[in-house]
Ligand binder design. Structure first.
Ligand code: ATP
Ligand code: MG
Length: 198
């Protein structure tokens, strides 16, 4: 069996930046599929009120349904307590078996936080870490700030730059500005219908 990719995120809301790093990783590393894991109780997002997990999961399903190689997982939503990526990777490893490699897909900003992750050593021993370029995140800066023992195990992936963040999308909706063409149409409609981020 081919390797699989895992893309974890708050997805509040999911946008084209997420979809592009998933697809580019899939193609580059010949992944059988990419599983989008919606965070339940994200330990690093205590600074604003994250939308209900069911809304974030629903948008992730809508955004990924046209790609037969994309799947969505409720694992972190249903697991009680804080969502640690290491637990998620362990659970997927158990499901797919030792013969299947796991690639954890992240953006460059997430990697800056590696030292604050739960059991980073163990996590990096369980999976390969893909770090996609992200506009606004300077790779040279990253090389200065991330310890060498982590850096040497990261696979950097250059992707077409998408200068979109969920934070900016939430602000746009709040200010009644358009998010069209930044998220799939179905996600834009979901946000409008459920009056998210107002
Ligand atoms: P927020 O602004 O709320 O933090 P976000 O846009 O960063 O939202 P997340 O759900 O935090 O989205 O991101 C999930 C993963 O996707 C992270 O690893 C993040 O680095 C990556 N990512 C998000 N947007 C992009 C982008 N535009 N380009 C590259 N990677 C991205
Ligand atoms: Mg983020």
């Amino acid at each position: 069996m081919a390797d699989i990719g895992i893309l974890g995120g708050t997805f509040d809301p999911i946008h084209y930046g997420h979809l592009i790093i998933a697809e580019e990783s899939r193609l580059k590393f010949g992944l059988e599929k990419v599983i989008f894991v919606t965070a339940g109780d994200p330990p690093h997002k205590q600074d604003y009120t994250v939308s209900d997990a069911e809304h974030r999961y629903a948008m992730t399903v809508l955004a990924t349904e046209t790609n037969p190689f994309f799947e969505c997982s409720r694992m972190e939503i249903e697991r009680p307590g804080p969502s640690y990526t290491v637990d998620t990777i362990l659970a997927f490893q158990e499901m797919v078996g030792q013969g299947t490699g796991i690639y954890l897909i992240t953006g460059a900003d997430a990697v800056l936080e590696i030292p604050t992750w739960h059991q980073p050593e163990r996590l990096l021993s369980l999976c390969k870490l893909i770090t996609a370029t992200r506009p606004g995140c300077d790779l040279a800066e990253l090389e200065k700030r991330v310890p060498a023992e982590y850096l040497e195990r990261i696979i950097f992936l250059e992707v077409p730059g998408i200068y979109i963040s969920s934070t900016d999308l939430r602000a746009r909706v709040q200010q009644s500005r358009s998010i069209r063409y930044m998220v799939p149409d179905a996600v834009e409609q979901y946000v409008a219908r459920r009056q998210l981020y107002r």
